[in-house]
Design a protein around this ligand. Structure first.
Ligand code: SF4
Ligand code: SF4
Length: 183
């Protein structure tokens, strides 16, 4: 009967040799591919000991900058939170008290500045919206965690120069976080 397409293939029904029955040609072919890859440059890196070079435009973890005198740049204007398409930023503003001039550059500062890193899409719009050069996205990778609550980054993680021992206990930070974040 005439075929509608030209794709028909006749299949050989010849008897398999002993080697073919024992899969020898297939095993040798597989081993030759493995051998070929042994002498090729490794495609993987031994992370976290080794890291790949990232593109100059890579956007990773945020940092809240200080000025040259060590005072926080952020004035809690809220523009970054408004610009954020993922609604990942939560800010509480407070008034600078006498004697705190060395801590905050302007009269108003962020008493709370939190970013939900699970919501963040690293678009960089917060950085672009900031009129005070306060928030920047670095090339640092956000580390993995076992609970969702630990991805709520507060000022103790975001402000540059905070020592690890000065970081707040995460359970404390979760308590005053307004969104429903469960472990
Ligand atoms: S990088 Fe984008 S998504 Fe992430 S906090 Fe900034 S504005 Fe929001
Ligand atoms: S980081 Fe910048 S935009 Fe966001 S509240 Fe602070 S000063 Fe305003």
């Amino acid at each position: 009967m005439k075929s509608l397409t030209d794709r028909k293939k006749s299949v050989s029904k010849r008897e398999l040799t002993f080697a073919e029955k024992a899969y020898l040609p297939a095993v040798l072919k597989g081993m030759s591919i493995t051998l070929k890859h042994l002498f090729k440059k490794e495609a993987t890196v031994r992370y976290p000991e080794e890291t790949r070079e990232r593109a100059e435009v890579y956007r990773g973890m945020h940092v809240l900058k200080r000025d040259e005198e060590g005072r926080e740049n952020c004035t809690a204007c809220g523009l970054c939170a408004v610009a954020c398409p993922a609604e990942a930023i939560t800010i509480d503003a407070a008034e600078r008290q006498p004697g705190e001039e060395h801590l905050y550059r302007e009269e108003k500062y962020a008493s709370k500045y939190e970013i939900n890193m699970l919501r963040c899409i690293y678009c960089g719009l917060c950085e672009e919206a900031c009129p005070k050069d306060a928030v920047y996205l670095t090339d640092r990778i956000v580390p993995t965690e076992y609970s969702r609550g630990k991805f709520i980054y507060g000022k103790d993680i975001l402000v540059e120069g905070v020592k690890p021992e000065e970081r707040i206990d995460i359970s404390q930070r979760k308590k005053d976080y307004k969104m429903d974040v469960k472990d």
